[in-house]
Write a protein that binds this ligand. Structure first.
Ligand SMILES: *Cc1c(COP(=O)(O)O)cnc(C)c1O
Length: 373
C-alpha cells in the first residue's frame, strides 16, 4: 500500500467491542488477566503497553517501512532512550547541525555518565571517517539539518557506519513523507511527533522506529517501559489522528515552502535562503537523490544582521513569532535567541516553518515585513 493509505489505515481498525470507526481512548492503566493468568488481549499495565500507543506505534512503523516502533512522551524522551541504551565509555558521533537539544542532553547529562561525544560535520564524509573511534557505537544524524538545512548523504553515512560496526540514527522529524532513512540503510529513525505528525501544535511526543527488532532495539524498548517516559493515551490518540492526514498536509507544506523560498531567493533584503529545494543550495543534488519532497522548513539570513532580522520577525502579521514547527500556522523564529550562547546559528538568521495558509498571503506578509522601515 502507498503512504496515504497506510497513514489512514495502518494501526487503525474498527473497535471490535462497539464498532467505533475512530479509536476510543483507553484510559485504563491496568488490564484484566485471563483465568489461566495470561494476558491474551495483549495488555497488562499502561506503562508497558496501551491500545492507543499500539495504534500509534504500528502506524508510524508502517509509514517508515519498519518492523517496530516505540513511542515516548516527547522527542527528547525518545532521543534520551537511545543514549540510555548505550554503555558507559561508548563513543557517539553527532552531526554538528542537529537539533540543539540533542547536543545539550549529551553534554549536560550523558557526558557525566561516561558517554564520549564528538561533533562532526557530516556533509564532509572524509571528516566522518576520520572521527570514527574503535569504541564508536552510535552515529546520530539529521537531514535536512536544523536550522541551517544542510543535507547529509544518508546512504554514505550508513555505509561508513556499517564498516565501523556502529548503529545509525537519523532524526526524521520532518517526516517519512519527504524521505525514508531506513530505505537508505539507516538503522533507527527518530521523530519528534510534536511537529508534523501531531501537526497542530497541541501535543508533545516522540517515536523511535527500527528497521529490525534487534537486540539494541529491545534494550530501547526496555528503557521505554521500565524508565517510563511514555505518552498518555490521549497524546497517542492526537498523534495518531494527525498521522492520518500527514501525507496530504506535508504535500501542501512543501508546495507552499517552495513558492516562498523561490520568492525570497530573489529578494533585495535577504542575503541567503537555505532551502534544499533551490537549485543553488549546497545539498540540492543529494536532496534530489534521497528526498521525494524538499520539506516545509527553511531559514533565511536577513541583510543587516541581527537588528534587521528582529525587525522582520516583529513586523510579520500572519507568521507567528514562536518556536517549534510543523503546525498548520506559519511560524518565524530568531534561532540564535532560543539556542543561547552556544548557538551556531548566524545572528541574521530567521527560521521559517511554512504552514498551510495560502502561499501568496505568506509571500505578501514576508514582503511587507522585509520592506517595513
Ligand atoms: C522539536 C525537535 C526535537 C525535540 O522534540 P520534543 O518533542 O520537543 O522533545 C528533536 N528534533 C527535532 C528535529 C525537533 O524539531
Amino acid at each position: 500500500m502507498k503512504i496515504e493509505t497506510l497513514a489512514v489505515h495502518a494501526g487503525h481498525g474498527i473497535d471490535p467491542a462497539t464498532g467505533a470507526v475512530a479509536a476510543p481512548i483507553y484510559l485504563s492503566t491496568t488490564f484484566e488477566r485471563d483465568a489461566d493468568g495470561s494476558y491474551s488481549r495483549g495488555h497488562m499495565y499502561s506503562r508497558n503497553s496501551n491500545p492507543n500507543r499500539q495504534i500509534l506505534e504500528t502506524g508510524i512503523a508502517a509509514l517508515e517501512g519498519a518492523e517496530t516502533a516505540a513511542a515516548f512522551g516527547s522527542g527528547m524522551a525518545a532521543a534520551t532512550a537511545i543514549f540510555q541504551s548505550l554503555n558507559k565509555s561508548d563513543h557517539v558521533l553527532v552531526h554538528v547541525d542537529v537539533y540543539y537539544g540533542v547536543i545539550r542532553v549529551l553534554h549536560d547529562v550523558f557526558a557525566k555518565w561516561g558517554l564520549q561525544v564528538d561533533l562532526v560535520d557530516m556533509t564532509d564524509l572524509g571528516a566522518v571517517k576520520k572521527a570514527i573511534q574503535p569504541n564508536t557505537k552510535l552515529i546520530w544524524t539529521e537531514t535536512p539539518s536544523n536550522p541551517l538545512l544542510r543535507v547529509v548523504d544518508l546512504k554514505a553515512i550508513a555505509e561508513i557506519a556499517r564498516t565501523a560496526g556502529a548503529i545509525t540514527v537519523c532524526d526524521n522529524t520532518w517526516s517519512p513523507v519527504i524521505q525514508r532513512p531506513l530505505d537508505a540503510g539507516i538503522d533507527i529513525v527518530h521523530h519528534s511527533t510534536t511537529k508534523y505528525f501531531g501537526g497542530h501544535c497541541d501535543v508533545l511526543g516522540g517515536v523511535l522506529v527500527a528497521k529490525e527488532n534487534n537486540e539494541f532495539f529491545q534494550r530501547v524498548r526496555m528503557v521505554q517501559y521500565s524508565a517510563g517516559a511514555v505518552p498518555s493515551p490521549f497524546d497517542c490518540w492526537l498523534v495518531s489522528r494527525g498521522m492520518q492526514t500527514l501525507p496530504w498536509r506535508m504535500r501542501a507544506h512543501c508546495q507552499n515552502a517552495l513558492k516562498v523560498a523561490q520568492f525570497l531567493s530573489g529578494h533585495d533584503a535577504i542575503d541567503r535562503v537555505h532551502y534544499p529545494g533551490l537549485p543553488n543550495h549546497s545539498g540540492h543534488a543529494i536532496a534530489q537523490k534521497q528526498m521525494s519532497l524538499f520539506g516545509g522548513m527553511m531559514s533565511i539570513e536577513v541583510r543587516g544582521g541581527q537588528p534587521a532580522a528582529m525587525k522582520v520577525a516583529a513586523n510579520t502579521k500572519i507568521f507567528v513569532r514562536a518556536t517549534s514547527l510543523g503546525g498548520v500556522e506559519s511560524l518565524v523564529e530568531h534561532r540564535a535567541s532560543i539556542e543561547g550562547p552556544a548557538t551556531r546559528s548566524p545572528e541574521s538568521l530567521l527560521r521559517l516553518s511554512i504552514g498551510l495558509e495560502n502561499a501568496d498571503d505568506l509571500i505578501e506578509d514576508l514582503d511587507q515585513a522585509l520592506k517595513s522601515p
